[in-house]
Design a protein around this ligand. Structure first.
Ligand code: 13P
Length: 250
């Protein structure tokens, strides 16, 4: 049995004061969650959120990580820096990073390797564009992105990675994949992992759905056998909404 994991991706939202307020409201409401709960916040909010979640079941996540240990990479943060700030999870390869900041499958893979080496849990994002789905490339795209993203990890390391299937056309659009579409494509991702790493690995790895997931559609999505959680954008920015997603089974 895989333990579901629901993570908020705040993207470029919330000052430290706003972050403290949101997380302080969230913590008591999700204390009895049956899933792992993570908030992936801007780096400027790490200190405030670390303090607000200390000793609770809510874990701190980041939204990206650089692959080098240190050096002349202006504006970047290393995995060791994130660790030192209390970060446990890190979103890698989000479609917004791929689209707007030129990240490629190759650099996404380097980031995953650096994160795992430092003891961070990657939330590796994969997903097809609208025209790729319309042209029936979805399966090929998600298999490729997943296997390249994980390349170089051992089977045991892959077991602990979280994959987030985020169809790009469903992100921030209000369009959501149907329960069946999401389940089917996540099954394709799991199948690719099984072919390369074996069934004991593919049975263990958790695969989230992301893309306009909200209190209204979470139950249906989470009732699907392949879907092990969610990566939540807009609905993670308000404590009651994110609580309703996290507590979907209550
Ligand atoms: P929305 O939930 O706002 O569609 O964003 C999803 C997402 O990109 C999470 O990483």
């Amino acid at each position: 049995m895989r333990k579901p994991i629901i993570a908020g991706n705040w993207k470029m939202n919330k000052t430290p004061d706003e972050a403290r307020e949101l997380v302080s409201a969230l913590v008591p409401m999700v204390k009895d969650a049956d899933c792992d709960v993570v908030v992936c916040v801007p780096a400027v909010d790490f200190a405030a959120v670390k303090e607000a979640v200390a000793g609770t079941n809510v874990k701190l996540g980041a939204q990206n990580v650089h692959f080098a240990k240190s050096g002349a990479y202006t504006g970047e943060l290393s995995a060791d820096m994130l660790k030192a700030c209390g970060v446990e999870y890190v979103v890698i390869g989000h479609s917004e990073r791929r689209q707007y900041f030129g990240e490629t499958d190759k650099t996404v893979n380097q980031r995953v390797l650096a994160a795992v080496e430092a003891g961070l849990i990657p939330l590796l994002c994969v997903g097809e564009l609208k025209d790729e789905r319309e042209n029936s490339y979805t399966n090929a795209i998600v298999e490729y992105q997943t296997l390249i993203g994980l390349n170089g990890l051992s089977g045991d390391q892959v077991k602990d990675v979280v994959v987030a299937y985020e169809p790009v056309w469903a992100i921030g659009t209000g369009l959501v994949a149907t329960d069946e579409q999401a389940n089917e494509t996540i099954g394709v991702i799991r199948g690719a992992i099984e072919r390369k790493y074996g069934k004991n690995v593919s049975d263990a790895v958790r695969i989230q759905y992301g893309g306009s997931m909200n209190p209204g559609n979470v139950k249906g999505l989470m009732s699907q056998p392949e879907i092990d959680g969610g990566l939540i954008g807009g609905a993670s920015l308000k404590a009651p909404d994110f609580t309703a997603v996290v507590m979907y089974n209550k």
